[in-house]
Design a protein around this ligand. Structure first.
Ligand SMILES: Cc1cc2nc3c(=O)[nH]c(=O)nc-3n(C[C@H](O)[C@H](O)[C@H](O)COP(=O)(O)OP(=O)(O)OC[C@H]3O[C@@H](n4cnc5c(N)ncnc54)[C@H](O)[C@@H]3O)c2cc1C
Length: 162
């Protein structure tokens, strides 16, 4: 008997990739938890606040395209937007689609191990995936290389295409 919270999918990181994965997995009706080391969403754009930090590709090309309303309502003030504006955009996405309720902040993942015996993933700190009726269990490892965290992890078990 375990008291660990159980989820269908655990996503590591609340940058662009992690937020998108959360929203897509939610659409599939999965119970998802995102573990994020920082205190807010945005990933790269949350961490990199040094003066002059900005895009090197055109701003308009850097946006979620899954919502026409979102695309229509957001405009960039510069061709190569700076970090503050990009972080504002990502927080706007978070305000609009409410990923935060499924994100645990200040939660740095230290390890993720697949347990053959229990047929599940155990993730430190203190979470696990649960086993579905068809025996599938999922751990989504979403992490970008720019934010500087490493995850010592053994990745096994199936992941559904989204
Ligand atoms: C200055 C700068 C300019 C850039 N310009 C462009 C550009 O013009 N065009 C472009 O396409 N890309 C650009 N990038 C790249 C940018 O990093 C990616 O486009 C994108 O933001 C990566 O998103 P991500 O969600 O995959 O990863 P990240 O944004 O890196 O997010 C990963 C998240 O995972 C969290 N995390 C990591 N490890 C752990 C752990 N063990 N436990 C818990 N949480 C963890 C981190 O805290 C972070 O929030 C730029 C990056 C920088 C720094």
């Amino acid at each position: 008997m375990t008291t660990q919270p159980q989820f269908d999918a655990i996503v590591i990181g609340a940058g662009m990739s992690g937020m998108y994965q959360l929203l897509k997995l939610r659409e599939l009706g999965l119970k998802v938890r995102v573990l994020e080391a920082g205190t807010g969403v945005g990933g790269t754009w949350y961490w990199n606040r040094y003066p002059g930090a900005r895009f090197d590709s055109e701003s308009y090309s850097y946006a979620f395209s899954f919502s026409k309303e979102l695309l229509d309502e957001w405009d960039r003030s510069e061709h190569f937007a700076g970090q503050p504006e990009t972080l504002r955009y990502l927080n706007h996405v978070a305000d609009k689609f409410d990923p935060r309720k499924d994100i645990q902040f200040r939660a740095r993942v230290k390890s993720a191990h697949f347990q053959d015996a229990g047929n599940r993933w155990d993730v430190t700190p203190g979470l696990r995936t649960h086993v579905t009726e068809d025996g599938q269990r999922n751990l989504w490892l979403i992490r970008g290389g720019m934010s500087g965290f490493g995850v010592p992890c053994h990745v096994r078990g199936p992941c559904p295409a989204v």
